[in-house]
Write a protein that binds this ligand. Structure first.
Ligand code: NAP
Length: 285
């Protein structure tokens, strides 16, 4: 039987609906949750991501703003982030990555107060996750985990393999699965004999940006495969994941498509994180 296709768009729609209901319950007479997305430069993919985040936040009833700088020095950027951070109406701050060459993302991220770091990238929040007491968790791995939860897949006791070890995706994904009691292995570009390792996985998560890296040979029969990779094919302008669906679908139990899998969950979980920050700021949690 071919793999079940997990519909991330449908799950994300449900989450956004739940957010709206939560807003209606908690908002009478209160200010709205506030989110600011900061973009430096004109990377076309970043511009699309920023627009999508802004639009989704507005649709959820949040107060959303975009701070766009064509160029900025490190000091300009840090001053601007610090000024936004002091605004009590802003609950969440997102710094769109990648920053243009010459700007240091680590120093910029450290200007976001951990309680407004709804992307979970500040060293404080990354450290909390590593220590097993997470606060804000990066939205993409959080979205992937939420997909598992909503598909009734409990990671407890399962073998999970994560391909990719970036700070934004692979590493927090592995920590999150560990936090949820999976037995976790992390693979990366130096991993030898990748398919032998990935074939151990009951839950296989791939986040490399290498189209078709994961073939049927890499997958244990019946495994759940979460494809986080997104690459735009220059010739066709279409998005592709890391998973070679033609060979993986006959082997896997379930798979997330690209587009329409983990991607839509990322924005939904950013909003969930922002609502949480908002409630914390109002003293509701
Ligand atoms: P990244 O920083 O470039 O990291 C890629 C990771 O993949 C690295 O750890 C790298 O290993 C590993 N890798 C590369 N080639 C490999 C190979 N042949 N075998 C095994 N591992 C390999 O990228 P990222 O920011 O984590 O993003 C990964 C992908 O997810 C991209 O396609 C990105 O567009 C996508 N993404 C999607 C969402 C979403 O919402 N769905 C959000 C963010 C990112 P080394 O560390 O050894 O170099």
């Amino acid at each position: 039987m071919p793999a079940r296709v997990i519909d991330g768009r449908a799950h994300a729609r449900t989450i956004r609906h739940e957010l709206k209901l939560a807003m209606e319950r908690t908002l009478p007479g209160q200010r709205r949750p506030g989110i600011t997305v900061i973009q430096v430069g004109d990377d076309p993919s970043s511009t699309i991501y920023v627009r999508n985040k802004h639009r989704a936040a507005e649709e959820a009833g949040f107060h959303s703003s975009v701070e766009h700088f064509a160029t900025a020095t490190q000091s300009d950027l840090e001053h601007r982030i610090s000024a936004i951070a002091r605004d009590p109406a802003i609950d969440g701050i997102l710094l769109q990555m990648p920053l243009p060459d010459g700007l240091d993302p680590d120093r910029a991220l450290e200007c976001i107060p951990p309680d407004k770091d709804v992307d979970g990238l500040h060293p404080y929040n990354a450290g909390r996750l590593a220590q097993g007491s997470p606060s804000f968790i990066p939205a993409t791995p959080l979205g992937a985990l939420e997909l598992l939860r909503r598909e009734q897949v409990d990671p407890t006791g399962k073998r999970a393999v994560v391909v990719g070890r970036s700070r934004l995706v692979g590493r927090p994904m592995a920590l999150l699965l560990l936090q949820n009691h999976a037995t976790v292995t992390i693979c990366h570009a130096q991993t030898r004999d990748l398919s032998t390792v990935t074939r151990e996985a009951d839950i296989l998560v791939t986040a490399t940006g290498k189209p078709h890296l994961i073939t049927g040979d890499h997958v244990k029969p019946g495994a759940i495969v979460l494809d986080i990779g997104i690459t735009r094919d220059a010739a066709t302008n279409r998005l592709t994941g890391d998973v070679d669906r033609e060979t993986v679908d006959p082997v896997a139990g379930a798979v997330t498509p690209v587009p329409g899998g983990v991607g839509p969950m990322t924005i939904a979980m950013l909003l969930v994180n922002t609502l949480r920050a908002y409630r914390q700021h109002l003293g509701q949690v």
